[in-house]
Design a protein around this ligand. Structure first.
Ligand code: HEC
Length: 192
C-alpha cells in the first residue's frame, strides 16, 4: 500500500511537471512571436525612414551600423538573444550556428517545394551544455525595397555596390528576387 501511494505521488509530480513545461512553452511561443515581430517592424521602419529621408546610398551606411546596434540593444533590454541569420550572409556576424543552419536548410527545402508561408516558424525547447533554452526561427523574405541592396547586380546602384563591397568583401547577399527566402530571424532564450 505504502509503495502504491509513493508511486501515485511520483506520478502526480511527473504529471504536474510536464503540464507546467507545456504551459511554459505555450506562453513563450506567443512571447517570442511578439518579440520577433516588434524587432523586424522596428528594423524595417528605420530602413524605410532612412531611404525616404536620406536616400538609398546613406541608408547602406545606416543599415550596416544601425542594424547591429539595434540587435544588441534589443537583445539586452529583453534579456534574450535576437539576430538575423542567413546562409548567404553579408555581415560575417550573421553567419548561422549549427542549429540555425539546420533550420535554414529546412526552410530552403520548404521554399523550393512552394510550402514556406510567412507563418512558418521553428520553435524548440533544447538543452545545450546543460542549459535549457528555447530556440525560435522564422523566415525573412525579400520585399520590393530590399532589392536596392540585395537584388540582381543590375538593380543595385554602382555607388551602393561600392559601399557594400568595401564594407563586406565576402558579401554573399545579392542576386535575390522579389519573394525569395533571404534568411531568418533567430531568437534564443534561456529558461531558468
Ligand atoms: C540600404 C541597403 C539595404 C537594404 C535596402 C536592405 N538591406 Fe539587408 N542588409 C544590408 C546590409 C549593409 C547588411 C549587413 C549589415 C547587418 O545588418 O548586419 C544587411 C543584412 C541583412 C540581413 C542579415 C543577414 C546578412 O546577410 O548579413 C538580412 C536578413 C537582411 N539584410 C534582409 C533584408 C531585407 C528583408 C530587406 C528588405 C526589407 C533588406 N535587407 C533591405 C543592406 C540593406
Amino acid at each position: 500500500m505504502k509503495k502504491l501511494i509513493t508511486f501515485i505521488f511520483f506520478l502526480l509530480i511527473f504529471a504536474c511537471k510536464s503540464e507546467k513545461e507545456y504551459q511554459l512553452s505555450d506562453d513563450i511561443k506567443s512571447e517570442l512571436r511578439k518579440e520577433a515581430k516588434t524587432f523586424m517592424d522596428s528594423l524595417k521602419s528605420v530602413l524605410v525612414y532612412k531611404i525616404q529621408t536620406e536616400g538609398i546610398v546613406s541608408a547602406v551606411n545606416v543599415c550596416s551600423d544601425t542594424a547591429q546596434i539595434l540587435t544588441e540593444n534589443y537583445s539586452k533590454s529583453k534579456n534574450l538573444s535576437i539576430k538575423r541569420v542567413s546562409l548567404k550572409n553579408r555581415n560575417p556576424k550573421n553567419v548561422p550556428d549549427d542549429y540555425e543552419t539546420k533550420v535554414l536548410k529546412l526552410f530552403e527545402e520548404l521554399f523550393a517545394d512552394g510550402n514556406l508561408s510567412p507563418e512558418v516558424e521553428n520553435i524548440e525547447l533544447i538543452t545545450e551544455n546543460s542549459t535549457k533554452k528555447v530556440r525560435f526561427l522564422k523566415p525573412i523574405f525579400i520585399q520590393a525595397e530590399c532589392l536596392n541592396c540585395h537584388g540582381q547586380e543590375a538593380q543595385i546602384l554602382p555607388e551602393v555596390s561600392n559601399i557594400i563591397v568595401t564594407k563586406y568583401p565576402q558579401d554573399k547577399a545579392i542576386n535575390y528576387n522579389f519573394g525569395d527566402l533571404r534568411g531568418a530571424i533567430s531568437i534564443e532564450k534561456v529558461i531558468k
